[in-house]
Design a protein around this ligand. Structure first.
Ligand code: ADP
Length: 491
């Protein structure tokens, strides 16, 4: 990291929660130490919020929803505030990128890309706030029927550690555009950008209590938030196991949920594909963010006649990949925490021990601190579609190759996991592009391209174990609101 950015990050080591427009410590005064994944060293603290802090944040959000200026504010003014927040994100772009990189270990250029997407979310939803409206419905003679779109009330947003700033932005943008108020619970491993954005929201002029940020452990603060009776709707991005726990907690109060729960996303490479164009995209789709990406393209399905050539070309690229500290800005950074490093290493060891072919391995930079959480990327070939490696989300820099015989075989393999988040199709055949896009069970399908990141306008979410509900784009505004039908009789 350059000197300037280091200094900006170092200025504020003790981060505080944002409740009712004020920066506050946890009521217990307890904190969680923030470690940098690149060297394992502490550099900040965040509050260890518990149920009592959650309760105070939910009350603030409820009060702002029921009684504050927010409840009377026209949609275009809510939109202006979101747009202003987007501008502030841009103005503080270097600081936010440095903070996010240091907190998560991601290369600085990824932190910068996250800032660009974050600002875009706030701009997009700022512009969308006054462009969503209900319908009039042809009904009985003597009646007029119409629909209004109303906010749920207080929304809880439980955010993961992989793209904290972006994922918070898609939640905050859509929820606030529709007039909800929010309590955001970022992940204990990556809360700093959420707190900074909460501070910038105060600067942007959001009324007190509209956007509250409360940090703490998932099992304490997260569990207290998802089961709180004062919450009207819960949106979550993270692992399926935690998603189930959150849905069960929300169900105790019969609250609605949006769940984005990861994937095992395939990219299908047909023999007629432009392979040169595909190769860098195939590699990037698993290496970006060290593979800790819900939409990572973790399975490559290759038509048999070109399998050996594509495997060799990918192998050549993989062997050159280098994991390094975030501020060296190389191919990938470390994993976010020691547990994630161990989990990914266990996948790699068991797959190799079970006899799956290792086509290529990348490396860890010689100057990477030994206490950082680095994993060298691995490319596995001829993977058995029934194996654990083929079926489970690794969430690390591990790519699996499979050979297929024809289109039907490719579709069967692509749909052959419990997940259904994203898919890529590489072929020059236009009719096949359409056929396969329809048959692949995934919330987003890319043809001769890949990459869910940054497409703020594009609805995103999963089928099957990957979740339900849709985020991003206009679709998210429907999840973040409910339809009210009003019927007038005038005969
Ligand atoms: P990981 O297992 O890699 O930590 P999770 O999906 O569990 O990822 O975490 C995503 C988010 O969910 C984090 O903000 C975390 O604090 C939160 N979380 C974890 N467990 C729970 C829980 N039982 N209830 C509510 N939130 C939780």
């Amino acid at each position: 990291m350059d000197q300037n950015l280091s200094r900006i990050v170092a200025q504020d080591k003790n981060f505080l929660n944002i409740i009712n427009g004020r920066r506050v410590a946890a009521l217990s005064q307890e904190t969680i130490t923030v470690l940098c994944p690149s060297d394992g060293l502490p550099f900040a603290t965040i509050p260890a919020g518990t149920a009592e802090d959650v309760d105070s944040a939910v009350r603030a959000a409820r009060d702002a929803f029921e009684h504050g200026p927010w409840s009377r504010m026209p949609a275009f003014e809510r939109g202006r505030l979101l747009t202003r927040l987007g501008q502030l994100v841009e103005e503080h772009g270097d600081e936010l990128a440095a903070l996010e990189s240091r907190d998560t270990g991601k290369p600085v250029r990824q932190g910068k890309a996250d800032v660009v997407a974050t600002a875009r979310y706030y701009e997009f939803y700022g512009g969308a706030a006054d462009k969503i409206h209900g319908d009039t419905i042809p009904f009985l003679d003597g009646f007029t029927a119409l629909t209004l779109r109303e906010p749920h009330g207080v929304v809880a947003g439980i955010i993961p550690w992989n793209y904290p700033m972006q994922i918070m932005a898609r939640v905050v943008g859509a929820a606030l555009a529709m007039g909800n108020t929010l309590v955001i619970k970022p992940a204990e491993d990556a809360s700093l950008s959420a707190i900074r954005i909460g501070e910038l929201a105060i600067e942007a002029g959001f009324p007190d209590g509209v956007l509250n940020v409360i940090t703490g452990y998932g099992r304490e603060a997260g569990a207290a938030l998802s089961s709180h009776p004062g919450i009207n709707y819960v949106t979550f991005t993270g692992s399926p196991v935690t998603g189930t726990a959150i849905q069960q907690a929300a169900a105790t109060n019969n609250r609605g949920v949006t769940m984005e729960l990861g994937g095992k996303s395939p990219q299908i490479v047909f023999a007629d594909a432009d392979v040169e164009k595909a190769l860098p995209v195939l590699v990037n789709a698993i290496i970006q963010n060290g593979g800790q990406t819900c939409s990572a393209g973790s399975r490559i399905l290759i038509e048999r006649p070109i399998y050996n050539d594509v495997a060799a070309a990918l192998g050549e690229r993989f062997s050159k990949l280098i994991a390094a500290p975030h501020d060296m800005d190389l191919d990938l950074g470390p994993m976010v925490n020691p547990a994630q490093k161990r989990k990914v290493e266990n996948f790699i060891t068991s797959a190799a021990e079970s006899g799956i072919e290792v086509v290529a391995r990348g490396s860890i930079h010689v100057d990477a601190p030994v206490d950082g959480y680095y994993v060298a990327p691995v490319l596995f070939g001829a993977v058995d579609p029934a194996s654990v490696l083929a079926q489970e989300e690794v969430f690390g820099p591990v790519l699996s190759l499979f050979a297929f015989d024809d289109e039907a075989d490719a579709i069967k393999l692509a749909n052959g996991t419990e997940y259904g988040l994203v898919a890529g199709i590489w072929t020059r055949d236009g009719a096949r592009q359409h056929r396969v896009a329809k048959k692949v069970r995934a919330g987003q399908v890319f043809v001769n391209a890949y990459g869910a990141g940054g497409g703020v306008e594009l609805p995103f979410g999963g089928f099957k174990k990957s979740g339900h509900g849709r985020e991003k784009g206009f679709e998210a505004l429907f999840d973040m609101s409910a339809t009210k039908t009003v019927v007038f009789r005038h005969d």
